[in-house]
Design a protein around this ligand. Structure first.
Ligand code: GDP
Ligand code: IMO
Ligand code: MG
Length: 447
């Protein structure tokens, strides 16, 4: 990234899985701290270095770089079992950076009953209305529900055994009521959970601190902070495709509330988008391709969920959705990932407008049941492998034109292009590729 920004925030601007893990890993070389601020183990962020591939669910994707402080903010819902599994996996791979991890004392803890309730609510939604959300079943929604209902258990409670026993006993009585009476499932026992989680607490206690204070102090000492968003802007609980969303603020706006660090200190917000679109789970996806082209994108892009292994739905890039995410998410610049997945396509389409009820609209609709007909622009493919390209100048003319078209349509510059899974398959654009004009609709126009 260019030096204008001291602290940087990386967010997905589609429905998740944009390649945030890879981009954060690359960028973290230039930062001192890497911070997650929302979501939980529903995230799956992949980093590939040489032959080794890592998937991070809770640990910030900067953990592979030597000596980076990796912090989990108060806005994250933290499943200690998932976190320790991740740390142990890293250790087995010969990477022991556990001492670099910091966890907010205010982060809410995901407990076994959250997972049970996630599954029970999904099942009930499916049975009653045939309309489940298609969650990752990681207990995310139920944990955020408890937080908002002021029934949550935080890290500060977990690491104090007497207090944990007390708050768990009260919470579990209530949760078991719901599990048994509402969903007809087996109640969970108090002792096994208590014993298991107090073991986790012993290992995590030294890592727990006030993250807001840590970030303010480190920034004050001139350290640079990289914030790593999870999920994608269109899964935002307030501004995404509600109700088919996750339960947190996934855009840049989650940063302040999720860390206690002022977003006004963050210089640049980098929006990540694939060169096409994907979505896992239910919900609207206007440019989805349910045909052979969609299947080809899934095959070439290896579009299977990094957390659940579910096949991802695939389609063309949707500039209406992206312009909306750019506008509400205050995006300064773009990183385009998986451009290489389009290598074999003779023709590439991009959604530029929606037709609703016969009339063109440039804005993203509020209601997800709105019948939408996307309108496309067709661009020529390049029909050769670009994974070895190291500079913008190395790319074929059609790939350059595709990127320019995206920058124009988004009215935002492109600062990075990813042309393969590997850390090394990344093109840093210096200078950034600027939009030629305001684009056909403009980033803010009507959206
Ligand atoms: P995240 O959740 O945003 O971090 O993304 P995921 O890790 O869930 O999914 C992105 C997938 O695409 C992972 O398997 C990455 O290894 C892979 N990937 C990232 N960038 C590229 C790229 O430029 N080209 C290709 N072919 N794969 C990529
Ligand atoms: P990363 O960080 C893609 C989706 C789920 C479901 C909806 C709600 O890897 O990009 P939840 O379990 O959060 O209650 O599920 O959100 N979802 C994601 N989709 N990438 C993710 O994370 C996701 N995290 C949640 O598939 O549709
Ligand atoms: Mg992912």
């Amino acid at each position: 990234m260019q030096p204008s920004s001291k602290h940087l925030c990386v967010v997905g601007i589609q429905w998740g899985d944009e390649g945030k893990g890879k981009i954060v890993d690359v960028l973290s070389a230039d930062f001192d701290l890497v911070v997650r601020y929302q979501g939980g183990a529903n995230a799956g962020h992949t980093v590939k270095i040489d032959e080794r591939e890592f998937v991070f669910h809770l640990i910030p994707s900067g953990i592979l770089q030597e000596g980076k402080i990796c912090a989990i903010g108060n806005g994250v819902v933290l499943d200690p079992r998932a976190l320790l599994e991740e740390l142990d996996q890293l250790k087995r791979a010969g990477i022991d950076h556990e001492a670099n991890l910091r966890i907010s004392d205010r982060a809410h803890v995901v407990l076994p009953y959250h997972r049970v309730l996630d599954a029970a609510r999904e099942q009930a939604a499916q049975d009653v209305s045939g309309r489940k959300i298609g969650t990752t079943l990681r207990g995310i929604g139920p944990c955020y529900t408890d937080k908002a209902a002021r029934l949550g258990i935080r890290m500060t409670d977990l690491i104090d055994p007497d207090r944990f026993r007390d708050v768990l006993r009260r919470a579990l009585a209530q949760k078991n009521d719901e599990i048994v009476k509402l969903y007809g499932r087996e109640p969970l026992g108090f002792e096994p959970i208590c014993e298991e989680y107090l073991r986790y607490a012993d290992r995590l206690r030294p890592r727990v601190c006030d993250i807001g204070q840590l970030l303010v102090e480190e920034a004050g000492r001139g350290k640079r902070i990289l914030f790593e968003g999870a999920q994608g802007s269109l899964l935002d609980v307030d501004l995404g495709t509600y109700p088919f969303v996750t339960s947190s603020n996934t855009s840049f706006h989650g940063l302040g509330a999720g860390t206690g660090f002022s977003p006004r200190q963050v210089g640049t917000v980098l929006g990540i988008t694939k060169a096409y679109s994907t979505r896992v789970g239910e919900g609207p996806f206007p440019t989805e391709l349910k045909d052979a082209t969609g299947a080809l994108l899934r095959k070439v892009g290896n579009e299977y969920g990094a957390t659940t292994g579910r096949p991802r739905r695939c389609g063309w890039l949707d500039m209406i959705a992206i312009r909306y995410a750019i506008r509400f998410g205050d995006i300064d610049a773009l990183a385009i990932t998986k451009l290489d997945v389009l290598d074999e396509f003779e023709e590439i389409q991009v959604g530029t407008h929606y037709s609703v009820g016969g009339g063109d609209v440039a804005s993203f609709p509020t209601r997800v049941d709105t019948p939408i007909e996307p309108r496309y622009r067709s661009l020529r493919g390049w029909r050769r492998s670009i994974t070895a390209c190291k500079r913008f100048a190395d790319l074929p003319p059609e790939a350059k034109e595709y990127l320019q078209f995206i920058a124009d349509e988004a009215s935002r510059p492109i600062s990075m292009v990813s042309v393969g899974k590997e850390r090394s398959a990344t093109i840093l654009l210096e200078p950034w590729l600027k939009p030629r004009s305001a684009g056909s609709s403009g980033a803010g126009a009507g959206s």
